[in-house]
Design a binder for this molecule. Structure first.
Ligand SMILES: NC(=O)c1ccc[n+]([C@@H]2O[C@H](COP(=O)([O-])OP(=O)(O)OC[C@H]3O[C@@H](n4cnc5c(N)ncnc54)[C@H](O)[C@@H]3O)[C@@H](O)[C@H]2O)c1
Length: 699
């Protein structure tokens, strides 16, 4: 039973009980309506209280029902609210902890609302590219005012109940309970106090106006347009709330319904809903059950105080976990600590971090030149130079000093985690933790699962990732793991596009217009073009037949490594990050074309986008069929959180499915016929070819 019915004297209490957040699934909705029927049939019952068991009043729609027929089956949420409004006995919502989405809409349908302090109140539908679809846009403005309601609906952010309760004139809460503990008693008493009140008040009957009318909504539309460029939902939220002020309630409700249904079908909402589920699914590893025991992580060691070591350390300090950083030389430690301090001080200056918090964090940090000081660490993360020999020295040392059961992690970007594990006598405790730069900022963490990595090590690392606010995605062992292995294909295409007639800024602009945070050439300049150069040199030995544009090597031969050398694919004014097209680079590319006998052609933006994105998709499909990633959503999460892939497109695999895999394969076959491209790279991955032929999608 997902809604319980009890009678306390003359008050019936319907308690939603659908853990974890009392989602309003079909069984719960039925339970509410059945409870109302019972209460109305019982002459001894004078009033009804609806509340939630456990840690929520209600978090809204049941996500398990998302996209299924169940969410529409009667009684749907509209019908439940209608049954409450038509109930002949007063219905009081007793709200606590979490009251969101459909949960708030349900409460707004009740005749009265009593709220506990500390309750998060929100209509977060916009975060899924939607708007509240069960009267939220029509009822909320009537009780908190048009502007406050629109702010909540457009942002989707939660507001605390005591804040709303303290606003003069608000009609959302009829009473604030003294505390969450006293809510049940106070709600019962309140229900008794209104048992005889007639007519019963309905939010729908309250007036809804904004004094400035059209001017206000015009202003709101402009604000929203600037904030949410790629998403249609916020502007539709404005339309819906405007309808609340201009139309009769029933007509406003119909407008809301129509807007909701239209948004449901937009690719942007589909992308956001995909992201919502992919994010939750990424933390689940198919063969590692959620009840796998976890190791205790009370103290962390970090080896190397360079670019990555410092950022990695900050993540743990921010979460209140003590860190000891080890280096080979005192100067390197001093430099590393100074960078951490500089980063924190910048946050303090911007008002993002309080001075005392900064001091608390620094107090958790210690440094050492001696491995013995790491012997009580529960997790040790290595971030030294990217050379197998150096990693070998470090892991052999760690094997000697680390306590039994300590997790030994490597932040390597390209090296074989199984080889690193083999440097120890405890390969089951070794795992890859691939942070992205800057490690204190970037959300993505690729957790690299070695051949022998123990399940409880994985479970622990996934849990600690959550604690330090990272989005962790599990990758198997392969060159580049999920993200960098795919980006290599993308960079390869970017190079070919230059060969064939594009300029760096044309390529960057096209893909940035598609929605990427940064095009490949601006990205190269930021990360350092020498990194790719080193990888290509290695590839030239390992895979001599691999095809690349020579332009990137020519660029590096000129010392144009990117922002750090003041010039790369673009020129940079001293101290500035604005990318200025470089005549030297344009001449270099033109000369290269002449030398290679290539007649440049005009390449369309559409082709640029397709070649860059589909190259990711094909490699992603290979990664999926090799089992390096366990689900396509994981690949999307990597790209959305680590590579600036546009959120509104839902990640490369989701986007390809939206375009239609058949169409993607067709385009790939076209590109394969281009003699200047790499036909082998466009050979569709068998999985992709099969799904395309069957008319299926990745997810
Ligand atoms: N920089 C990036 O963008 C990035 C991103 C992801 C992963 N990584 C990986 O992180 C690791 C570190 O990269 P980085 O950019 O921080 O390098 P870095 O050169 O900035 O820092 C490496 C640090 O390790 C120290 N070190 C070297 N050998 C050591 C040893 N034997 N014992 C203790 N300390 C030692 C060096 O003194 C230096 O301070 C590499 O494996 C790299 O592939 C780098």
């Amino acid at each position: 039973m997902t809604a319980e019915y009890q009678v306390h004297g003359d008050v019936a209490v319907i308690t939603l009980n659908n853990p974890p957040v009392n989602g309003l699934g079909l069984a719960t909705r039925r339970g509410i309506v059945e409870g109302l029927d019972r209460a109305q049939a019982d002459a001894a019952v004078k009033a009804i209280v609806i509340t939630g068991a456990g840690g929520a009043f209600s978090g809204g729609a049941d996500i398990k029902e998302f996209g299924t027929d169940k969410s529409l089956q009667e009684p749907n949420l509209h019908s439940v609210i209608s049954a409450i409004e038509h109930c002949e006995k007063p219905v009081v919502a007793a709200i606590h902890t979490v009251c969101m989405g459909g949960g708030l809409e349900l409460a707004l349908g009740c005749h009265y609302r009593v709220a506990a302090p500390g309750c998060s109140v929100a209509l977060p539908e916009v975060k899924l590219g939607l708007l509240p679809g069960a009267g939220g846009t029509q009822r909320l403005p009537r009780v908190v005012g048009v502007e406050a309601a629109l702010n909540m609906i457009v942002s989707g952010e939660a507001v605390k109940s005591e804040f709303i309760g303290a606003v003069a004139g608000q009609k959302l809460f009829d009473k604030m309970a003294a505390s969450p503990e006293s809510l049940a008693e106070e709600a019962l008493a309140f229900a008794r106090s209104v048992a005889d009140a007639r007519p019963l008040p309905l939010v729908r009957n309250l007036p809804c106006k904004h004094p400035e009318g059209d001017a206000y909504f015009q202003f709101a539309r402009n604000m929203v347009k600037g904030m949410a460029r790629n998403f249609p939902a916020p502007a539709k939220c404005v339309d819906a709330v405007e309808a609340a002020t201009k139309k009769k309630f029933a007509e406003g409700l119909a407008t809301e319904r129509e807007l909701f249904i239209n948004l449901m079908w937009t690719p942007e909402s589909r992308a956001l809903r995909h992201l919502f589920f992919a994010e939750r699914a990424a933390s689940k590893i198919p063969d590692v059950p959620s009840d796998t025991p976890k190791r205790d992580i009370k103290k962390v060691g970090v080896i190397g105080a360079g670019t990555m070591g410092g950022g990695i350390s900050m993540n743990f300090l921010n979460a209140g976990i003590p860190v000891t950083i080890l280096e080979t030389k005192q100067e390197a430690l001093d430099r590393g600590i100074a960078t951490i301090q500089k980063n924190y001080e910048a946050q303090v200056k911007k008002g993002k971090l309080k001075e005392d918090k900064y001091q608390q964090r620094m107090a958790l940090l210690s440094t050492t030149l001696n491995y013995d000081d790491l012997k009580d660490c529960d997790l040790i993360i290595e971030a030294v130079f990217e050379e197998l020999g150096v990693k070998e020295t470090v892991f052999k040392q760690l094997d000697k000093v680390a306590k039994p059961g300590a997790i030994l992690a490597s932040n390597t970007s390209t090296l074989d985690v199984d080889k690193i594990a083999a440097f120890t006598q405890r390969p089951q405790d070794v795992v890859g933790m691939h942070f992205f730069s800057p490690a204190n900022v970037m959300r993505l963490l690729e957790v690299v699962r070695g051949k022998h990595t123990a399940k409880d090590v994985l479970a622990t690392v996934m849990a600690i990732a959550k604690k330090i606010k990272k989005t962790a995605v599990v990758s198997g062992v392969c060159d580049g793991f999920i993200g960098n292995r795919m980006i290599e294909r993308y960079s390869q295409q970017a190079g070919f596009l230059l060969d064939e007639g594009c300029t760096p800024s044309q390529v960057d602009k096209a893909i940035e217009k598609f929605g990427f945070a940064m095009g490949p050439f601006r990205m190269g300049d930021l990360a350092g073009n020498d990194i790719g150069w080193a990888i290509r040199k290695r590839r030239a030995v390992e895979q001599p037949d691999m095809k690349y544009s020579k332009t990137a090597d020519l660029l590096c031969e000129k010392g144009r490594f990117g922002q750090k050398t003041g010039k790369g694919w673009y020129d940079y004014a001293p101290g500035k990050r604005d990318a200025i097209p470089s005549q030297e680079v344009l001449d270099m590319i033109e000369q290269h074309r002449k030398d290679a006998g290539i007649a440049p052609r005009k390449v369309s933006d559409e082709e640029i986008v397709q070649r860059l994105v589909y190259s990711l998709v094909n490699e992603g499909a290979k990664i999926l069929e090799e089992g390096i990633a366990s689900k396509s959503g994981d690949i999307d999460m990597v790209y959305l959180t680590g590579y600036g892939f546009p959120i509104h497109r839902g990640g490369p695999m989701h986007y390809a499915s939206e375009v239609g895999l058949f169409n993607v394969v067709q385009a790939m076959q076209r590109f394969a016929r281009n003699p200047l491209d790499d036909a082998r790279a466009w050979q569709p991955a068998p999985l992709l070819a099969q799904l395309a032929a069957e008319g299926k999608a990745f997810a």
